[in-house]
Design a protein around this ligand. Structure first.
Ligand SMILES: CC(C)(COP(=O)(O)OP(=O)(O)OC[C@H]1O[C@@H](n2cnc3c(N)ncnc32)[C@H](O)[C@@H]1OP(=O)(O)O)[C@@H](O)C(=O)NCCC(=O)NCCSC(=O)CCC(=O)c1ccccc1C(=O)O
Length: 261
């Protein structure tokens, strides 16, 4: 597959996957998701790769979720070559790949971009990174991993706060909340992520594989709500209510949801 939205490279046993849409703050469209899935599967199949780093191009954003401009213009984020919108499959391949996945957050991790970092095994954040969910402001929600798994990580009260108020949290707060593992100066981000990845690469791949499956087992039941959440969202995104959120964002004004109460 020829990548347009993603970069992929393997060196010293570490596969690095980079979301490469910096001019759109690395937000994703259907093609981005399809390429990310393909890249994760490459890393899965590659016996020379013992660990994966997921990061993004530039210094402003890791990923700011779904491409709202594409959604506004085309009525969808666009599909993959096979015609499907495969965000759930991306989440599953990050969980199921039997190798540690380290997310190196190089800026904003917002909306669906925040969910992606939440699902990764470990997160290293640049000190200027910002974290948060935006769905209820722009006409979206993740009632699957993005809420239920998030609550396991930061606790119910904080997860509800993150979704119910759509604020942004700095890297130190994210560290204090257990949302990220480490915070480093921005210019040391990849160095730190690669140092951690190198330590994993030196360990027993079979032990790591079984440990990852073991950690996953305890939250696997969340998958039961993921498809329902995705179908609920699919039926919501083109509603008048969701459209008000998206349009307000693109018009740089506050949304007015009062008529939908
Ligand atoms: C990230 C910001 C806080 C940055 O703010 P700021 O520095 O002030 O920059 P801006 O001027 O706002 O932005 C610069 C430029 O980028 C454009 N832009 C920003 N975000 C997006 C985006 N998501 N899509 C498209 N374009 C974007 C912005 O319009 C500006 O363009 P100009 O032309 O220069 O004006 C701030 O930008 C911000 O808050 N961004 C919005 C974040 C957001 O709302 N993200 C989407 C949340 S909804 C989502 O992610 C869908 C989730 C999803 O797909 C999903 C997830 C899980 C399960 C299922 C699904 C599903 O099926 O949908």
């Amino acid at each position: 597959m020829n990548y347009t939205d993603v970069l992929y490279e393997v060196s010293e046993g570490i596969a690095t996957i980079t979301i490469n849409r910096p001019d759109r703050l690395n937000c994703f469209r259907g093609r981005t998701i399809e390429e990310l899935i393909h890249a994760f599967k490459q890393a899965w199949a590659d016996k020379s790769a013992g660990c994966v780093i997921l990061t993004a191009a530039g210094t402003k954003a890791f990923c700011v979720g779904g491409d709202q401009k594409e959604m506004q213009e085309k009525g969808s984020y666009g599909t993959s070559e096979n015609g499907l919108w495969e965000i759930d499959d991306l989440h599953m391949v990050i969980r199921n790949i039997p190798k540690p996945v380290i997310c190196a957050v190089n800026g904003y991790a917002i909306g669906g971009g925040h969910v992606i970092h939440v699902i990764c095994d470990v997160t290293v954040a640049a000190d200027h990174a910002k974290f948060g969910q935006a769905g209820p402001r722009v006409g979206s929600f993740d009632a699957g991993w993005g809420s239920a798994y998030l609550a396991r990580i930061v606790g119910e009260k904080r997860a509800r706060e993150i979704w119910f108020f759509c604020q942004q949290y700095d890297a130190q707060t994210a560290l204090q909340w257990g949302l990220v593992n480490r915070v480093v100066p921005a210019d040391k981000l990849m160095e730190e992520a690669r140092a951690l990845a190198g330590q994993a690469v030196a360990l027993s791949p079979t032990a790591l594989k079984f440990l990852k499956h073991a950690f996953n087992a305890d939250s696997a039941h969340i998958f039961g709500q993921v498809k329902m959440a995705a179908d609920g969202l699919a039926s919501f995104v083109n509603s008048e209510e969701a459209n008000e959120g998206r349009t307000a964002f693109l018009e740089k004004r506050k949304p007015d949801f009062s008529r939908f109460r």
